[in-house]
Design a protein around this ligand. Structure first.
Ligand SMILES: Nc1ncnc2c1ncn2[C@@H]1O[C@H](COP(=O)(O)OP(=O)(O)OP(=O)(O)O)[C@@H](O)[C@H]1O
Length: 290
């Protein structure tokens, strides 16, 4: 598509990505928290992730968007160690990390994944859910319940939640359960929180709470990667928006909070990578970042 074929609204939005490119360049001095370089993942003949390079910085919210099948979930599942990349490099604070498993994701890359269907045990209280499989023991034998309850109360407080450590998870609302899942990131001092469609399964009036929670995490210096089909949520909270198309980063936009949902949707589906209007394609932006 030529520049002349593009409607004015889209052209205006595209021009704004020039600013995105500049902003990313200006952050050149900052060391990325996590860099992925040239990630590739094939499922048989399907290339789900195709040469993806991306830097994540401390205390930013990155919205990851794309059509169905664009590769969003696969990219997240590589970051969580659930899937292995066929090739690619991971750097945490500049150091190359051999990232091969969910445990290396949590411990070496400091990533916590919040799944859409929150992976919580409804019959257990909040504090037990928080420490599930990572309980603290006294003298290596007895569960240190007092300490765990106290830590649980502290992190819930940091997130500004009214949820109590002894509340039964099954009795909490969807939004409150999100708080519990996210609390684990604080408890175990993860740096990066990946969220896959966190607002898809909750009632509309609780969406606000989840978006506030994301902003609170950002305020605490955490990096959040948010995958969502609700573009209005992405536009509200993301600092940068990464558009994936057929496994490739098509664009990285700086969110100036001026873009409309329809503009972003148009950019998701419009083939602009090779349009020659100076739009930052993923690879060149990632290169600039380094
Ligand atoms: N386990 C798998 N086996 C085979 N193909 C897969 C597998 N997981 C994903 N794919 C394929 O990889 C591509 C990317 O899928 P992925 O689920 O990552 O996309 P997505 O952007 O998350 O899509 P959606 O928004 O629909 O969840 C698709 O073509 C999909 O069919």
């Amino acid at each position: 598509m030529s520049v002349a074929d593009r409607d004015p609204q889209t052209q205006e939005a595209l021009t704004r990505t020039e600013t995105a490119r500049g902003q990313v360049s200006r952050s050149k001095g900052a060391m990325p928290l996590l860099s992925v370089e040239h990630l590739v993942k094939n499922f048989g003949p399907v290339r789900a992730v195709n040469d993806v390079s991306l830097d994540l910085f401390e205390g930013e919210v990155v919205g990851l968007v794309g059509d169905n099948g664009a590769g969003k979930s696969t990219l997240l599942s590589i970051l969580t160690g659930y899937h292995h990349a066929d090739s690619g490099v991971f750097r945490y604070r500049g150091e190359v990390v051999a990232h091969t498993s969910p445990s290396s994701s949590r411990r070496a890359l400091k990533i916590e994944m919040i799944y859409q269907h929150l992976d919580l045990a409804p019959d257990l209280p909040v504090w037990q859910n928080l420490f599930l499989a990572e309980e603290r023991r006294k003298f290596k034998i007895f569960l240190d319940k007092r300490w765990m309850r106290q830590r649980a109360a502290e992190v819930l407080g940091e997130l500004g939640s009214k949820v109590k450590p002894d509340d039964l998870v099954g009795a909490l609302s969807g939004g409150e359960q999100q708080v519990v899942a996210i609390s684990r990131a604080l408890l175990f001092e993860r740096d990066i929180v990946l969220m896959d469609e966190p607002t898809a399964a909750i009632s509309l009036n609780k969406v606000r709470d989840v978006l506030d929670l994301i902003m609170r995490l950002r305020g605490l210096g955490k990096t959040v990667v948010l995958v969502s089909h609700r573009l209005e949520d992405i536009l509200e909270v993301a600092d940068r928006i990464v558009i994936l198309r057929r496994g490739t980063i098509a664009q990285i936009l700086h969110n100036d909070h001026q873009m409309s949902v329809s503009e972003l949707a148009r950019m998701m589906f419009e083939d602009v990578v090779h349009s020659g209007v100076g739009i930052s394609d993923g690879e060149s932006v990632a290169e600039e970042n380094r």
